[in-house]
Design a protein around this ligand. Structure first.
Ligand SMILES: O=C(O)C(=O)C[C@@H](O)[C@H](O)[C@H](O)COP(=O)(O)O
Length: 379
């Protein structure tokens, strides 16, 4: 499923294929992909025009480079720039995006480009899913979180007052261009938040990768290009394998939700604000999931310590006490978990682990064990 291409005198770009029948696409990973986006995207176009949706921060850093790259191969483009931040992923901006795409007379054969992080990718992917009952879209993820997770696999959607990602659709991109050089412009906090998702992959299914991260995560954070490319590629490979097994989350795909049952409740409790970025919540959630697994006798006692130690070594949030401000009590957090998409018949489902790299999905978790863990961590 994976391969390498090394065009003459260009940086080596890795390719991870996602061969879903009838909806196959490539994830291209490496430095300089925005500058060569024209050549990458041109084969998908029925006519030489494209529309781009981005946010104000990303536009300042990358929009002109993307439009120049398209222009170089004769592709004209128009762009819509939305406000940055999780708050953008709502009904209002979905309407605004769809109306703009209709104003631009985007046709079914056209391609919409989502340039940005997870918020833009999710929102624009959902707009593409519903516009004229489905147009193709290209993900150009510029954050680490979007490169390793949200741009791959076709989960698109928006948040509502009821919770995160509760309205959406599965709509696979036609191509993903993960320009790892774009990570150089990320604020360190955003890089570390994305790294929470990278750690998740090691924890859920690849102990060797987790070990590699223990050895190389600091280099990736410092900007080592090869370490960054490997971290993104291995994460995308793991995600692609799981999505191929279970595209619409009937089973195995829920493994990708390791840490997310806690995370989504914590994000709701902190108002989807800067107090807790999504990837930070995933990291804290993974640490809690391993703690819970050890308490239930499922994994060795030393595993949660190893998870926390790595998060701490990466200067990341690893516990509830690392989240600034007041948090609701354990019962209130459990209530917030009740909106989780994995709930079946009102029963919470968790991703727990038998060890590092050995996650599994279970409904067999005593509510009291979760409440006790949260209450202790909140004390
Ligand atoms: O792609 C998936 O499947 C995932 O669960 C990946 C998650 O890391 C991602 O954050 C996802 O958006 C969460 O999905 P949700 O269905 O729990 O909202």
């Amino acid at each position: 499923m994976t391969g390498q291409t090394a065009p003459d005198s260009a940086p080596e770009i890795a390719t991870v294929s996602v061969p879903l029948p009838g909806r196959e696409y490539d994830v291209r990973i490496g430095p300089g992909l925005i500058a060569r986006a024209g050549a990458e995207i041109a084969p998908l176009l029925a006519r030489p025009r494209a529309v781009i949706v981005t946010d104000a921060n990303v536009a300042a850093a990358h929009l002109s480079a993307l439009q120049d790259a398209l222009r170089t191969v004769g592709i004209a483009s128009e762009a819509l720039t939305l406000p940055p931040g999780e708050g953008t992923k709502n009904w209002e901006n979905l309407t605004r995006t769809c109306d703009w795409l209709l104003d631009q007379k985007v046709e079914r054969r056209d391609v919409v480009i989502a340039l940005g992080g997870g918020v833009i990718g999710d929102l624009v992917g959902f707009a593409a899913a519903v516009l004229r009952r489905g147009v193709r879209f290209v993900q150009v993820p510029t954050s680490l979180l979007a490169q390793v997770d949200s741009s791959v696999g076709g989960k698109t959607g928006i948040n509502t007052g009821h919770g995160k990602n509760l309205i959406g659709a599965f709509h696979q991109p036609a191509l993903v261009l993960a320009d790892t050089a774009a990570l150089d412009t990320l604020p360190p906090r955003d890089f570390r938040a994305g790294y929470g998702e990278v750690v998740k992959y090691g924890l859920l299914g690849d102990a060797d990768f987790f070990h590699w991260l223990e050895d190389n995560g600091a280099a990736a954070a410092r900007g080592d290009a090869a370490a960054r490319q490997h971290a993104v590629k291995r994460s995308v490979e793991m995600k692609a394998e799981i999505v191929l097994r279970d595209e619409t989350e009937q089973g195995d795909r829920a493994l990708l939700n390791l840490g997310h049952t806690f995370c989504h409740a914590l994000e709701a409790a902190t108002g989807y604000s800067d107090r807790l970025l999504h990837g930070e919540g995933v990291a804290v959630g993974c640490a809690l999931a391993f703690d819970l697994s050890a308490r239930l006798g499922l994994c060795p006692q030393e595993d949660p310590s190893r998870v926390s130690a790595h998060l701490r070594a990466m200067n990341m949030k690893a516990d509830l006490s690392d989240i600034p401000g007041h948090l609701p009590d354990a019962d209130a957090l459990l209530d917030l978990m009740g909106q989780d998409k994995k709930v079946v018949d009102g029963q919470l489902r968790f991703i727990l682990a038998r060890g590092i790299g050995q996650a599994f999905v279970t409904s067999d978790v005593p509510r009291d064990a979760v409440r006790d863990l949260l209450a202790e961590r909140l004390a």
